[in-house]
Write a protein that binds this ligand. Structure first.
Ligand SMILES: N[C@@H](CCC(=O)N[C@@H](CS)C(=O)NCC(=O)O)C(=O)O
Length: 210
């Protein structure tokens, strides 16, 4: 399988972190990365649009050529294919909790951070829009406040003792915020500590690079 990615872009990063975590747990997935330069338009070429008509990343291409382009669907497909060791928890309840938290982080943190970065320092050249950036920063700040409260018990990962897909999405979002020079974790000391610890781990080295 091939995974089409671009460094620091948050949705591909989330999938790359999932694969790296799975690898660190002892399950190397048979996925080769292919870099596609978004700012240079490589995701919008006629050839790439055949893989994803939306011109976005990530894309997972199966060995038979079928392509899939939603980051969480890709992760869940890989988890279905390679369920051991689990990255979504060992019980149905643990899995719903990890999925619920991943959705909360994706919608409440990653999406507004993406909007704020594109409204201040867009890597694809979108015009600055300070009111949109302010509103998006406030939304992300509110969600991070909730996560900060959860992490105040000192848990090493978002869901507790083991990394899950929720960590992958949070780390990908915060990296994109740093790329955009946003101060996402300021005022959220527990999230800031988690962030430092998470990205200093050997497992994710080379993926969280900003
Ligand atoms: N819903 C998709 C979103 C994919 C997406 O927006 N990818 C961004 C990179 S993080 C992209 O390719 N942007 C390029 C563009 O919009 O031109 C997912 O979760 O994977």
């Amino acid at each position: 399988m091939k995974l089409y990615i671009f460094q620091v872009a948050p949705n591909p990063t989330k999938v790359r972190l999932y694969i790296a975590e799975k690898n660190a747990l002892g399950r190397a997935l048979p996925v080769d990365e292919v870099s596609v330069n978004i700012p240079e338009g490589e995701a919008r070429t006629p050839e790439f649009l055949k893989k994803n008509p939306h011109g976005r990343l990530p894309v997972l291409e199966l060995d038979d050529g079928r392509c899939y382009a939603e980051s969480l669907a890709i992760i869940e497909y890989l988890e279905d294919k390679f369920p051991e060791p689990p990255m979504l928890g060992n019980t149905p309840e643990a899995r719903i909790e990890a999925r619920e938290m991943e959705r909360y982080i994706d919608v409440g943190v990653m999406m507004p951070i993406g909007q704020a970065v594109h409204a201040t320092r867009s890597p694809i050249g979108l015009p600055p829009n300070p009111p949109v950036a302010d509103a998006a920063n406030q939304r992300a700040d509110g969600a991070l406040g909730y996560i900060d409260e959860l992490m105040s018990d000192g848990r090493p990962f978002v869901m507790g003792e083991q990394p899950t897909v929720a960590d992958c999405t949070l780390a990908a979002a915060l990296q994109f915020g740093r790329y955009g020079r946003l101060s996402c974790v300021s005022g959220h000391g527990h999230v800031a500590t988690w962030d430092e610890n998470y990205r200093s781990r050997e497992a994710v080295r080379g993926i969280v690079i900003v």
